[in-house]
Design a binder for this molecule. Structure first.
Ligand code: DAH
Length: 344
């Protein structure tokens, strides 16, 4: 009997100390299993003297139920612990910083930003957007705009020409956005109010010139628009774009074959703390009657004005960018610095 007490203690202790289900099962088999310790003892009760049998049976059955209870309890405990451990191991810590959203990393190129700024100023005034091809014919780039063949004004446009095609036609990369004026007037009845942003090409490359650059053309055709409307519109534009009502401007007489009279608009800017300078930002003028005629419009009935400005240079001025060539280097560090976050 005394022996059993010690064994009971040992068994219960072993169960208590078990950490896994397999060991628990081994204990169960070695105690309660068919050939287990308790089962063997119970089988042997019959060999005991009658007087001892009942007491022995009671003790063994009590021990059996003790072991059973403890096994069950331990089983539950281990199961719970295992599940808890798995949850701990397999859970994802969503508080960790994730990779940057590409939307936060991306930047709008300053030129795209400025095209957007200029466009929205004119769209608010009732203009619409127009576009045209970058590979143009001599007719749209020059002739229809009143640059006849051999006209000296053609020399101002250092043109990229293609080799003549099988029809003997020599195409070119448009040197300005003005051919889209012609394409629009050919296809659309006045009143016309359009702006034309786009890429243009000339053989030129230095700190302030690139062979590919950007222009924004504007065209207004109706029966009543005058040079006063043009000046007023361009003044309002400069005030909005440069975000100052006091911007200093001057219109200078100039020459373009497709406008008469023609002018250039300069704005004053701070070159350094003390020094101010004038910078030409656009050419403009009243549409030449010959250009209207070339598009099938009667100059006795219709009139209007146009302007063309270099986007790259006013972008440099507005956002203090020193070298025009950096626009086209596709340097991601430069873009991070000078570009604009989406939705800004
Ligand atoms: N196309 C001219 C250029 O590239 C700019 C220009 C001047 C456009 C006067 C116009 C204009 O529409 O009226 O130098």
């Amino acid at each position: 009997m005394h022996n059993i007490k010690i064994i009971e203690k040992k068994i219960l202790q072993a169960i208590e100390e078990t950490e896994n289900i397999e060991t628990l099962e081994t204990i169960r088999i070695s105690t309660l299993g068919k050939k287990g310790f308790i089962s063997e003892k119970l089988k042997k009760i019959g060999t005991l003297p009658l007087t001892e049998r009942q007491a022995h049976g009671t003790i063994l059955n009590h021990l059996k139920s003790q072991i059973n209870k403890l096994l069950h309890k331990k089983h539950q405990e281990i199961k719970k612990k295992t599940i808890h451990q798995r949850i701990q191991e397999e859970s994802i810590d969503i508080t960790l910083p994730v990779r940057n959203n590409p939307i936060d990393d991306g930047r709008i190129h300053p030129i795209s930003q400025v095209i957007h700024e200029i466009t929205s100023i004119f769209l608010k005034k009732g203009f619409t957007l127009a576009e045209g091809p970058e590979i143009e014919t001599d007719y749209y780039n020059f002739i229809a705009l009143n640059f006849p063949k051999e006209h000296p004004a053609r020399d101002m446009h250092d043109t990229f020409f293609f080799h003549p095609n099988e029809k003997g036609e020599t195409k070119l990369l448009r040197t300005h956005t003005s051919p889209v004026q012609i394409r629009t007037m050919e296809n659309q009845k006045p009143p016309i109010r359009i702006i034309i942003p786009g890429k243009t090409y000339r053989i030129d490359s230095d700190k302030t010139h690139s062979p590919m650059f950007h222009q924004m053309e504007g065209l207004v055709i109706d029966k009543t628009s005058t040079i006063a409307h043009m000046i007023g519109l361009l003044e309002e534009f400069c005030q909005s774009f440069f975000e100052t009502p006091s911007i200093k401007m001057r219109f200078r007489p100039s020459f373009f074959p497709f406008t008469e009279p023609s002018m250039e608009l300069d704005i004053q800017y701070h070159h350094s703390k003390k020094e101010t300078k004038w910078m030409e930002i656009l050419g403009c003028g009243m549409i030449h009657p010959q250009v209207l005629r070339n598009c099938g419009l009667n100059p006795e009935e219709y009139q209007g004005f146009a302007w063309g400005m270099g986007i790259d240079r006013i972008t440099m001025l507005k956002y203090d960018i020193q070298d025009l060539r950096d626009f086209f280097e596709t340097d991601i560090r430069w873009l991070k610095h000078y570009g604009f976050p989406l939705f800004s």
